[in-house]
Design a protein around this ligand. Structure first.
Ligand code: ASP
Ligand code: MG
Length: 600
């Protein structure tokens, strides 16, 4: 006999017939000898209908009243589902977030769960009842009883948090799709169902998976080791397993207030190779990384910032032992790049051995702007200059001078209240697919700030200002090329924001750069971001090369590149976004057989 938490989304309880079908399914599971807690969303699109009503009265409704209003949607569906269960002789009781003791922060409309006091819920389970819980809602404290909501899509989070608090055997998310697919099936009809995915991969695929599973739910599953399954309400297919890493016993107090950063990671065994002034046209990254992969050299970070004139700089890091090989390959390719008509200047190679990579990692940084800014500020405060930056959804990596490492580690550990994580690599990921899924993000804009003075504190200043305005940024990349502007070395910094935030971001940044010589902000909305994600790409040379080659074959120009251990993202022209997604999906055989062979 198992204790299971099941969550049914809005479409699954969208009509009376569907509610009755869900009731039948629940009853069957109970008859199989299980105890059940069922979390439900509001029926169909009813939350949107409520939002629309409020908007007709107030263009900017107060968040407290919105919580009052939106929390009613779930109250309708729990009562109806409970009635449907009773009607088929399955004892059941519906409870609101407050009644099951879901205590949250006093942050209306985006509250995080602090703790769950499930005594009453457990009492009803012992009575043999199915407990039907309103998702998406909680109360701010046991004294004030203010109704809060967790943010749109938050019922998934309610379900996984309950599973953690009840130490349930597993949690099932029932939805209107068969599970998590390798990519968006509306764009790529060949998208295939994944049998499983790790929590880390799911988090990096946020832009693909967020509609199916709330990232905060994944974060809780990962932190508490909850076995999680996403599956269809309309069938008995097994769906997709979202696999959590093994965890130690973790306190249930401050359940969702886990730190934004789990740990500081440090790697001094890397060296940097930069290839400056390569032509800005399709095929260049592909050629470079193909030649490198042929030598079995595993690349770690790769970055390419926005182009400068008609040329780009590409930089990457490799383990020091392989530096000579990487440098030799890079030198060999440089003359070939001169044959491009626009190569007015010669490509130049820079190699640096005295570097170290320092990173902060943690799922808690999703949806919390300002974590990268805090890292940059912390480094600036101890006088550490950042040479390379590469960010992904759950990680910010910086390349710094190795001599600064001790200071940087101490300052970051202190600032984020964490310790240095032991070096990775103990977990063998070679059996995992190199690429699990691919995602396309079309609602982002690229912002470049040209001629940022190259001294500690500049990135901190820019990104702190954006974070204060609650603007989330992604893919921050600093250029390799350093220009001397009247004695001051300068670099460009480029990054991505949600398209809707781009004008505000520009307005915030403009006053900050006005005293910098020749500095300028360039906004480009006509871009798209394509990402490939897979834990198996660690220690698997050639994945990046294969991705870039797929884009080159379609004649798609890569405008920016950023990587983390399990993700490679490329910014491409917007009108080529879907082509790029399709090319990546088929290059890694995601549509066909499950085994992915990547030519080295
Ligand atoms: N009903 C809420 C929403 O539409 C919560 C949920 O469905 O998860 O966002
Ligand atoms: Mg949902």
């Amino acid at each position: 006999m198992a204790l299971i938490v099941q969550k049914f989304g809005g479409t699954s309880v969208g009509t009376v017939e569907r509610i009755q079908a869900v009731a039948q399914r629940i009853k069957r599971t109970v008859q199989g000898g299980n105890s059940l807690v069922v979390v439900v969303s509001a029926m169909g699109k009813s939350t949107d209908v409520l939002v629309d009503l409020a908007q007709q009265i107030s263009p900017n409704p107060c968040r407290r009243e919105m919580d009052m209003l939106l929390s009613t949607g779930e109250q309708v569906s729990i009562a109806l589902l409970s009635l449907a269960l009773q009607e088929i002789d399955q004892p059941a009781i519906s409870l609101t977030g407050a009644q099951v003791g879901i205590v949250t922060e006093a942050e209306h409309s985006r509250a995080r769960i602090l703790e769950i006091r499930p005594d009453r819920l457990e009492h009803h389970l012992r009575e043999g009842k199915v407990v039907v819980v309103a998702g998406f809602q909680g109360i701010s404290s046991v004294e004030h009883l203010e109704i809060t909501t967790l943010g749109r899509g938050g019922s998934d989070t309610s379900a996984v948090a309950l599973a953690a608090a009840l130490k349930a055997d597993f949690c099932e998310i029932y939805t209107d799709v068969p599970g998590i697919l390798t990519t968006d099936p509306r764009l790529v009809p060949e998208a295939q169902l994944m049998a499983e995915i790790t929590c880390d991969e799911m988090l990096e695929l946020a832009s693909l998976g967020a509609k199916v599973l709330h990232p905060r739910a994944v974060e809780i599953a990962r932190n508490y080791g909850i076995p999680l399954v996403v599956r269809s309400s309309w069938s008995d297919e097994p769906g997709t397993k979202v696999v959590a890493p093994p965890v130690q016993n973790r306190s249930l107090v401050g359940l969702e207030i886990a730190k934004a950063v789990d740990g500081v990671e440090y790697d001094a065994d890397q060296a940097k190779v930069a290839l400056l002034r390569v032509p800005d046209r399709p095929g260049v990254a592909s050629k470079l990384f193909r030649d490198i992969a042929q030598q079995q050299v595993d690349i770690d970070l790769i970055i390419q910032s926005i182009h400068d004139g008609n040329s780009n700089d590409i930089a990457f890091t490799v383990v020091k032992d392989l530096l000579n090989t990487a440098e030799a390959v890079t030198s060999a390719i440089a003359p070939a790049l001169r044959s491009y008509p626009e190569a007015d200047q010669e490509a130049e190679i820079i190699v640096e051995k005295g570097i170290a990579k320092i990173a902060i990692a943690g799922a808690g940084m999703i949806g919390r702007p300002g974590i990268a800014a805090k890292m940059f500020k912390t480094l600036a405060d101890v006088g550490v200059n950042i040479e390379m930056i590469s960010t992904s959804e759950v990680k910010v990596s910086c390349v710094i001078d190795q001599r600064d490492a001790d200071r940087a580690i101490a300052a970051l550990s202190n600032a984020f209240g964490v310790t240095l994580s032991p070096p990775k690599n103990q977990t063998d990921t070679s059996h995992l697919p190199a690429v699990r899924g691919v995602a396309l993000d079309q609602d982002q804009a690229q912002i470049a700030i040209r001629h940022v003075p190259d001294r500690p504190g500049m990135a901190a200043q820019l990104f702190t200002a954006l974070a204060e305005a609650n603007i989330s940024v992604d893919m921050i990349i600093q250029s390799q090329r350093c220009r001397i502007n009247q004695g001051t070395p300068c670099r460009d910094i480029a990054f991505m924001v949600a398209e809707g935030d781009s004008s505000q971001a520009e307005a915030i940044l403009q006053p900050l750069i006005k005293d910098w010589l020749d500095a300028a902000i360039v906004v480009n909305k006509a871009i798209a971001k394509v990402s490939i994600v897979g834990s198996g790409m660690i220690g698997h040379p050639g994945v990046a090369a294969h991705f870039f080659a797929a884009l080159a074959q379609e004649n798609i120009n890569i405008e920016m590149i950023a990587t983390s251990e399990i993700k490679i993202s490329c910014v491409v022209p917007q009108d080529r976004g879907v082509d790029a997604l399709k090319a990546a999906h088929s290059a890694f055989n995601l549509a066909g057989t499950k085994t992915v062979t990547v030519p080295a």
